[in-house]
Each structure stands twice: as structure tokens, then as C-alpha cells.
Design a protein around this ligand. Structure first.
Ligand code: RIB
Ligand code: CA
Length: 354
């Protein structure tokens, strides 16, 4: 009789929790993550933005534009047209830096089309640009919502670095930085560097050394997350303004990837948004990462210390002698494995029919 009473009480408690959640829904839902999306739109940026705008787990508080795939002007125009297409003129869209901190900009129309959006001409935007400078908008929003904002940069890190340099007090107030960039197994612009880091290595080093919780969603996982003909067919089977736009972008990218013999297009930026939605999509061990800013062959490389250790060399006479091993503090969680199929299904499901 006693066991029966225990079981009955157990189920009564569960029923009570379900009832309470039904009544006070907000207290049971996983908290919605507030994000600031910093972007150089950009075809995969476009897919990332539309995933973010169509995911209830995320609340896009602002979009800041950085030069990278396209110029600052083109990127702002593209961002405004995309939020207009999504009927989200409520989201502030602000321009930011006009060029990298210490080098000329390298634009990537080769990979993204002349206008940066797969040569798709979206309708003119109904939305107006926010007059604030992107880094200032980031600073303002972070102070307005301390410990609540996640930064999701998916372009060069110029705006983020400018924000930190202008107001270092935002660092402890940021919930997390989840960035698309870097690689610990070689680059995509050359042997060593990934495009976002390559386009502003000094900015990237500032961001990686700032001291905030940082997750690096780099080539190591992006190159394992390929959208191919299967997903393209799924996106072709449904319709809506966002659905049809993203289908056009994805088709451009898949066809381009096939020209280079690849089995699909890497979902670099969308996966960073995916990790903001569900961090379990990737396995990301903690490592210390530095950004090379001087190497002749390696400028822009994210140099990861997998062991978080450095030998201690002590000068003894005419040579150094190894006299110990010192720990280094990890400063990033680096994505090394990904549940690619689960992410691709998530992506398609969020875009279909929108
Ligand atoms: O290396 C890939 C990154 O560079 C992506 O963010 C893509 O949009 C480009 O910016
Ligand atoms: Ca990008």
C-alpha cells in the first residue's frame, strides 16, 4: 500500500508542475536568448539571419553591419532589405566600421555574388537604418541588459573589437560571444587563415583575449555541415517570401560548391546561430586561442593550444633549458565536432513555409 501511495504522490507532483507551467508558461520555458547579430551579409549570413529571425529561442535585439564579404554600404543595404522581407523593421539595423582596423578590406563577391546576396534583387527595404554607430549600439544595449546579451558575430570582428576598445566595461556584462570564425585545422582563404579572422586579425586578437565567455564556431565544424541537394529539394517543396529567398541563396551556393567538386555548401554562419539556439549541436573543448598578426604565411591564423600548456625555457649560459611546464588559461570553447544532420533538419524546418 505504501509503494502505491508514493507512486500516486509522485505523479501528483508532476501533474502539478505541468499545470503550473501551463498557467505560468514563461517560468517554464527555456529562457529566450537575446542576441546582437553582427554580420557582413553575405549569402551564408543571410541564411543565418533568417534562421535567427524564425527561431523562438532567440530574440534579435539588433543587427550591426561590418565590412567583409561586401562593403559596409552594400552590407547595410542588404541587411535592411532582409529585415524588410522578414517584416522586422522593429529590429535596429546599424552600420558600423567602414574598413578593418589596420589593413585594406578584402571583399568576397566571388563567393557571394556581385551584391553579396547571390545576385538576388530583394525589394527595396521598408525599414530605415538606425542612426547609431554599430559598436555604440552594442555598448548601449549591453548596458541596458547586463548579463543578458549574447553577441553573435559572423563576419570580421572589427565592430566587436571597436566596442571593447571603446568601453571595456561591457566585457563582464556580456552573457556570451558565439562567433563564426577561425579554424584549428587550416584555413579557407589560404593554408592558415579563415576569412573572418583574415579580414581583421588585430580585431580578432582583441576579441579572443577580451576575457568573456567565447565559443568559436569555425571551419572545423562548418566544413562538416554541408547543405546539399537533399535540403535544397526540401526548401523547393514549400513556399513563402523568406523560404523562396533562402532557396535562391542556397541554390546559388550549392551550384557554386559543385563547381569546386564539393558535396554541398558549408553552413558557416547559420551554424553559429544554431549553437546560440542549441549549444549541444557541437562539441567544443576549452582551449587557449591566439590570433597570429605577424606571420608571413600565417597572418590571421587562430592558433589553438589544445593542451593549455607551455614549456618553460630558462636561459642558462649560452642556451635555454626546459625547466618545467606552465598552464595557460583557456579563453575559448572551440567547436571540433558537430551533429550536422540534426542542425540541417533544424535549419530547413525553421525556413520552410516562412
Ligand atoms: O569563412 C567563412 C566566413 O567568411 C563566413 O562568415 C562567410 O560569410 C564569410 O564572412
Ligand atoms: Ca559572414
Amino acid at each position: 500500500m505504501e509503494l502505491f501511495g508514493y507512486i500516486a504522490a509522485h505523479f501528483a507532483v508532476i501533474a502539478l508542475i505541468i499545470f503550473a507551467c501551463a498557467i505560468f508558461d514563461a517560468s517554464c520555458q527555456a529562457a529566450v536568448r537575446k542576441i546582437i547579430f553582427d554580420t557582413d551579409p553575405g549569402t551564408d549570413d543571410a541564411m543565418a539571419l533568417m534562421l535567427a529571425l524564425n527561431s523562438p529561442e532567440l530574440d534579435v535585439r539588433a543587427i550591426t553591419v561590418v565590412p567583409g564579404n561586401v562593403t559596409a554600404e552594400q552590407g547595410l543595404e542588404n541587411a535592411l532589405r532582409m529585415v524588410s522581407l522578414a517584416n522586422r523593421c522593429d529590429i535596429p539595423v546599424a552600420g558600423g566600421a567602414r574598413h578593418p582596423l589596420f589593413q585594406k578590406l578584402v571583399t568576397a563577391e566571388f563567393w557571394h555574388g556581385k551584391n553579396g546576396l547571390a545576385n538576388i534583387e530583394l525589394p527595396r527595404s521598408k525599414c530605415k537604418a538606425d542612426p547609431r554607430f554599430g559598436p555604440d549600439l552594442i555598448i548601449e544595449l549591453v548596458h541596458a541588459s547586463p548579463h543578458e546579451i549574447t553577441l553573435v558575430p559572423v563576419g570580421p570582428l572589427t565592430n566587436i573589437a571597436l566596442a571593447v576598445e571603446k568601453d571595456p566595461s561591457i566585457v563582464p556584462l556580456i552573457k556570451e560571444v558565439i562567433l563564426m570564425g577561425g579554424s584549428i585545422k587550416g584555413g579557407n582563404v589560404n593554408a592558415a587563415a579563415e576569412a573572418n579572422i583574415y579580414n581583421d586579425p588585430e580585431a580578432a586578437q582583441i576579441v579572443f583575449q577580451a576575457g568573456w565567455p567565447l565559443t568559436m564556431v569555425g571551419l572545423d565544424v562548418g566544413d562538416k555541415t554541408l547543405l546539399g541537394r537533399k535540403q535544397l529539394g526540401q526548401l523547393a517543396s514549400t513556399h513563402g517570401p523568406v523560404n523562396d529567398f533562402i532557396y535562391g541563396v542556397a541554390k546559388f551556393l550549392v551550384e557554386l560548391s559543385e563547381k569546386f567538386g564539393d558535396g554541398g555548401t558549408p553552413m558557416y554562419d547559420p551554424l553559429a546561430v544554431g549553437v546560440a539556439i542549441d549549444s549541444t549541436l557541437v562539441t567544443a573543448p576549452a582551449m587557449h586561442v591566439d590570433v597570429e598578426t605577424r606571420g608571413e604565411f600565417t597572418r590571421g591564423e587562430t592558433v589553438a593550444n589544445r593542451r593549455n600548456e607551455v614549456e618553460r625555457n630558462v636561459l642558462r649560459g649560452d642556451r635555454y633549458i626546459i625547466e618545467g611546464v606552465d598552464k595557460v588559461q583557456p579563453n575559448a570553447k572551440v567547436g571540433v565536432e558537430v551533429q550536422a544532420d540534426r542542425f540541417l533538419q533544424l535549419f530547413v524546418s525553421r525556413i520552410q513555409g516562412k
